[in-house]
Design a binder for this molecule. Structure first.
Ligand code: PMP
Length: 391
């Protein structure tokens, strides 16, 4: 009997990297592929203490079902943080999600019908492309310059009927670029007057290296956006805790959607995270992580420029990724195949485009150990040389 799957999953893309790694994975693999925090940035001991205190004090509650909206003290903590960023927020504006990936799924279910269009900039986060594809939406790709998406392109997307606009304004995944302050203000005005939702995906803004920080686009739009945040990159991805900040009428429409998906985000994870946030110095934790990531970024940039000058990169001011473009045309998916044979992985640029993009690669520098970075680059050079010898 032939199994009949839903039409939704017909064109759903698989992660190229997962597929290739499943063939070639070994303990010796140096991975520049995932967006994982470095080992040194995972607060194992502090989290263990937080978990111990939670289980001693309120183990029974922590192991029960919770509310769909999320654990109230955590919602309040997030609301206070957003108020400090100039975005008036109360706990009722917050919905705790299973990472911000679930927030993307929720947004798709709330807003998108098959055939709808979503405006994005390219390259764009692969998990967002995957999620919008699952909702059977198509993408309107807007052009950008160094300041960010062009205002006329945002107007075009709105005229073309985009259901919403999805942006990662600060140290975007994969490009590492940020939208300038002037452009934030210009495009916020255009989006606000159009009345269509802006999805501001913001997992990296606390990981900026320089002292500079950007105003969230949500603060330009008086909170009339859907803002996504996550604890994955600043505390630990395994907690699977992210959040949506939105006007209350939108949150209340999202609650039954989330109920149908998973009832609620893991309560034990939320309580332990809140305990951690209440006792630890998060700013110090983040600044230590950034100091380490910055050293890793500088090392990989100098290794690449010395050994692989054919790869042109920007210097990202934070986050966990380098975005590279090959000086001459290369099929990065084929190169990845050879790279994994050499024991190194990256993500081909095509993952971040609906079509094309194979002349780019994304390199993660936060996860590999510092002392493995030179060897990882050597392996990439070997793969690059083999690729050219096979042409
Ligand atoms: N948005 C962006 C831009 C990301 O880079 C990621 C993770 N790589 C996510 C959302 C999802 O993160 P999480 O579900 O772990 O919060």
């Amino acid at each position: 009997m032939e199994t009949q799957f839903s039409s939704r999953i017909k064109n759903l893309r698989r992660s190229v990297v997962r597929d290739i790694l499943s063939f070639h994975s070994s303990n010796d693999m140096i991975s520049f592929a995932g967006g994982l925090p470095g080992k040194e940035a995972l607060p194992v001991e502090a989290m263990r203490k937080a978990a111990d205190r939670v289980f001693e004090r309120e183990g029974i509650r922590a192991l029960q079902y919770g509310t769909t909206e999320g654990y109230n003290p955590l919602r309040e903590w997030i609301a206070d943080y957003l108020c400090s960023e100039g975005i008036p927020t109360g706990p009722d504006n917050i919905l705790i999600t299973g990472g911000s990936q679930q927030a993307l799924d929720l947004i798709g279910r709330l807003f998108l019908n098959p055939g709808d269009q979503v405006a994005v900039t390219l390259p764009t986060y692969n998990g967002a492309i995957q999620s919008f594809e699952l909702s059977e939406a198509s993408l309107i790709c807007t052009e950008s310059d160094n300041d960010g998406p062009l205002p006329n392109e945002i107007r075009r997307a709105i005229l073309q009927g985009a259901k919403f606009i999805y942006l990662t304004p600060t140290v975007a995944n994969p490009s590492g670029r940020s939208i300038s302050e002037k452009r934030r203000s210009e495009i916020s005005e255009i989006i606000r007057t159009s009345g269509i939702p802006l999805i501001e995906d913001d997992p990296y803004s606390l990981l900026m290296f320089s002292d500079h920080s950007f105003r969230k686009m949500t603060s330009y739009m008086d909170g009339e956006t859907i803002l996504l945040g996550s604890f994955s990159k600043i505390v630990a991805p395994a907690l699977r805790i992210g959040y949506i900040r939105a006007p209350e009428n939108i949150i209340s429409r999202m609650v039954p959607v989330k109920q149908a998906m998973d009832l609620h985000t893991s309560l034990v994870s939320q309580i332990i995270l809140f305990e951690y946030l209440s006792h630890e110095n998060l700013s110090k934790h983040i600044s230590d992580a950034k100091a380490s990531y910055r050293i890793k970024r500088d090392l990989i940039l100098s290794e690449l420029s010395a050994k692989l000058p054919q790869l042109k990169t920007d210097i990202p001011d934070g986050g966990v990724f380098l975005w590279g473009r090959w000086g001459s045309p290369i099929n990065s998916s084929e190169l990845l195949y050879l790279a994994t044979e050499e024991g190194v992985a990256f993500v081909p640029g095509s993952s971040f485009y609906p079509d094309g993009g194979d002349n780019f690669i994304r390199i993660n520098y936060s996860a590999p150990d510092l002392n493995r970075i030179p060897e990882g680059v050597d392996r990439l050079v070997k793969a690059y040389n083999r690729y050219h010898s096979l042409l």
